[in-house]
Structures are given as C-alpha cells and as structure tokens.
Design a protein around this ligand. Structure first.
Ligand code: 2HG
Ligand code: ZN
Length: 474
C-alpha cells in the first residue's frame, strides 16, 4: 500500500533519496522471516540506502519521530537478530547496496570495506591483492560484513585469527541520532581513550549502524595440511589439539569436532559428500595446519604427528588430504552439517562454549543428562573445539514427533545452559543474543554487567529506537 502524502513514510521517502524507501510486498517479504523460521515479523518499510549520508538522514528522521530501526544484513542470523517484530511499526534497514571495497592496502595489511559487502567477496578482494582475510563461515556466500561485525561472528578460523572483533581496526558508524562516528583508521597502535568501536562489534545493531570497517589482513596461507581423524572420545581430541599446537609451532588454523551421527546425517541428506573414513568411530576431528611459508613441510609434520597419535591411542584412523580437491571434500562434509540437520527435521540448538580443557567433562555430563531426560531426540554435538565452542544440538529422532521435541525445549535449554554456567562457560559463544536469547542474557549475566550494558544502551540510543527487543529487554 502506498503511504499517504503527509504520512511519516512519505516524508521519509522524500528525505532519504529516490528509490530508497520500499513498501512493496516482495521487498518486505524478504526481510520479515528469519533464516531459521523462528520469527515472522511485519515491517513498516524497507530502507535501502546507497550512501552513509542517506543512512544518516534516515536515522536522524527516525530518531526525531521515535521510529524503531532494525538493521538487516544477509539474513543468516540464528537468533532472530535482524527480524522486525510483529507490530508493523519498525523500519528495516538493509545496507546491501553499500557493497564497495573502498580500498585495499597490501603494504599496510589492511582494507576498508562497506557493511553490505558479502563476506566471500571480501575474501576475494584480499586474495586479489595477495593478502588473506581470515573470517570464514558456512554462510560466507550470503552473509554481509555488517552482520558479521554486529554479531562478532566466529566461524572456522578462530583458533588462529580470533573472532570478527579481532579483525577490526576501525569502524564508520551512524549513531541513532544520525551523526556519523568515523574511526576508519588502520592504526595498529592507538591508545587514545575508550575503545568506542569495540562497543558496536557484537552489539547487534542496538547501539548504531555500522556502515564500513577497516579490517586487518594477513599473509596468504601457502602451506596447508588438512586431516580427517577418527578419535575415540572428545578427551583425546582435546589432547591431540594441544599436541599439534605445540609441535607445529602454533600452526593450527582450524580444529573441528564431528560426531559419527553428523557424518551419517550428511551422507543421508547432502548429495556428493562422502565420508573420508569408515563410519566406525564415535568421533572425528577435522584439523588444518597453515603457514604463510610455502616450504614449512606441514604435510610431513601432520603425518608424523598423526602416526604418533595413533600409537598413543589418541586417534584410531586418519586421512590426510592429498590435494585441494580432497581438502575441499573434508570441509564440505563439516560445513554441510547444519544443512543436513535441517533436512532431518526439527532441532534445538545450543551454541555454547566452555574452557577447552573442560570441554570433554562438559560433554560427558551434558550428554548423560540428555540421555536420561529427553525423549525422541538425537544428540548432534559438533563444532569448534579449538575454541571450546560446541553446537550442542538436539535433532528430531527418526520417526519421532517434532512437537514432542519442541515441547521439551524450555527444560532442555535450562538444564544445558545451567550446566554451561557451572563450567564457567557461555550460552552464546558465536551466534549472538538476538531476540532468541534475551531472557538467557537477563538470567545469566551478572547484574552489574547488565546495569552497565543498559547504561551504554541509554548513552548511545536514548530513545531506544535501535533494534528494540534484541540483546536487552525493553
Ligand atoms: C556452524 O558451525 C554454524 O556450522 C552453525 O555455526 C551451527 O547449526 C548450527 O548449530
Ligand atoms: Zn559454528
């Protein structure tokens, strides 16, 4: 429906720039449903600015009129962080037209890119300049930089390069009232007061809108050795990780745990993905060593270490990728797990982390609880063991009822998150809070932290227009 001439939407349309404010059904439909289909919202309109100035005008207007704004990137959030509520009063703001790499400076090992850039395009831009941008995750073909930074995304290379926050040198942010905070410097050293940019990373669009970032680049990996390893139990996986870090001079780039059930799910649902080893082992590890030096000899080192691990009983079988095609096949198996789980049926996801050394004990206790208390579910616990981060997911058992699994969700969530808490861990390791985990944050965060978070929110967004209802209760 077209807005009337004097309506706020018509005024905003006139002010924002031609063709920026959309109200067509197809435009809205694409941003009202989250990726996991947990929430279906109703947007007031969709804003598609092309410049920082347009974003600034939109926010200044919304600030003055108290119109809520929901920043929206590649729509790959697991927690409903980018979906408007059901009120029909929230403006969805997508920066997908702001997708320029503004500059790449190989000598400075940095690049400056706009928030609407798709992650895979950023990786390619770095590569084209002979450099490496290490952020990598399953959704990299569609997720956008703004979303990656706003959720402080993790992914597959964290063990070596850190989370999204660790890759940020500077940010350009439009504040809730429309003013532009620009700290797009590429300085490595800059101790000039509070680190404001860091507040926006992981804030999920509740403090302002990230429009561009200066990012840290690295030398390209030139020697890469990848193995798929059968291990008897999570404890031996963690021990193998510690050994590999030591013997390789900290060359471990990724270290992922995969249970047998996940290999079976992928084989069942994702065509063309084969298991590199027989499926007789309860657990597997996908590990990768990388070095920027071409002659590091990582393949031989990995073979040697795995032979020693087999001898010591830390592993029972191993396949080292002999070429890039095999390496890609190992990774496809790992990256297909979420898709295979979705195809199998309903699932309850828990994105948890504990200190790496405590992970085996956590897994033992949590699995025992599931076995004793949950009906009609299969445990699919996998993920970034190198970071102490497990996706402790419960999938619908074959032939079981999805409604039965979902009805148990509150009790399961409570038990798992309480146990995580007991282990000194986090109930949101890498997927964020969004709308899904607002109550969890209120429950588990220390009161003083919550108080300070609310104070920060008030300071940056006094009228509460930025992504209300996400991260903190409104
Ligand atoms: C992954 O590691 C993603 O594959 C998705 O973070 C995890 O689906 C999940 O639970
Ligand atoms: Zn993950």
């Amino acid at each position: 429906m077209m807005p009337g001439p004097g309506s706020p939407l018509a005024l905003l349309g006139a002010l924002a720039g031609a063709d920026v404010i959309r109200t067509g059904a197809a435009d809205l439909e694409a941003v009202q449903q989250d990726h996991r289909r947990l929430y279906r919202g109703k947007a007031l309109a969709l804003a598609l600015p092309r410049t920082v100035d347009e974003v600034s005008r939109i926010l200044a207007f919304c600030h003055a009129r108290r119109i809520a704004v929901v920043p929206h990137a590649g729509n790959t959030s697991y927690c409903g962080g980018a979906t408007p509520d059901e009120s029909g009063t929230q403006l969805v703001l997508s920066l997908r037209r702001m997708d320029k790499v503004r500059s790449v400076d190989p000598g400075d090992y940095s690049m400056v890119a706009e928030a609407g850039c798709i992650l895979a395009n950023l990786q390619q831009a770095a590569e084209a300049a002979g450099r490496f941008f290490p952020l990598s995750l399953g959704a990299e073909g569609s997720c956008q930089l703004g979303g990656n930074l706003s959720t402080n995304a993790g992914g597959l290379n964290v063990v070596r390069y850190g989370m999204a926050r660790d890759l940020v040198l500077g940010l350009e942010v439009v504040l809730a009232d429309g003013r532009v905070l620009s700290t797009l410097s590429t300085l490595r050293k800059d101790n000039t007061g509070y680190d404001l940019k860091s507040l926006f990373v992981g804030a999920e669009g509740t403090l302002g809108v990230i429009t561009a970032a200066s990012l840290r680049l690295f030398p390209r990996p030139r020697d890469v050795a990848t193995a798929f390893v059968a291990v008897p139990e999570p404890r031996t996986a963690v021990e193998l990780l510690a050994r590999l870090r030591e013997s390789s001079g900290d060359r471990v780039g990724s270290f992922e745990l995969v249970p047998r059930v996940a290999v079976e799910l992928v084989a069942r649902h994702v065509p063309g993905v084969a298991a590199p080893l027989g499926i007789g082992s309860p657990w597997y590890v996908l590990c990768e060593l990388t070095s920027p030096r071409a002659d590091e000899g990582l393949g031989a080192l990995l073979e040697r270490e795995l032979a020693a691990a087999l001898e010591a009983g830390l592993a029972t079988d191993a396949a080292v990728a002999q070429n890039e095609r095999e390496r890609q096949a190992f990774w496809r198996l790992r990256e297909s797990i979420p898709e295979a789980q979705t195809r199998e049926g309903a699932s309850l996801k828990h994105d948890v982390s504990v200190p790496v050394s405590r992970l085996p004990d956590f897994l033992r206790r949590a699995s025992a609880w599931v076995q004793g208390h949950v009906e009609g579910a299969v445990l699919v616990a996998y993920g970034h063991v190198g970071d102490g981060n497990l996706h402790f997911n419960l999938g619908q058992a074959r032939g079981a009822d999805a409604a039965l699994l979902k009805s148990q969700e509150p009790a399961i969530r409570r038990a798992i998150h309480d146990l995580v808490h007991e282990f000194g861990g986090s109930f949101s390791a890498e997927h964020g809070i969004g709308r899904l985990k607002v109550d969890e944050l209120a429950r588990y965060a220390p009161p003083l932290e919550l108080e300070l978070m609310r104070a920060v929110k008030r300071a940056f967004d006094p009228h509460g227009i930025m992504n209300p209802g996400k991260v903190l209760k409104t």
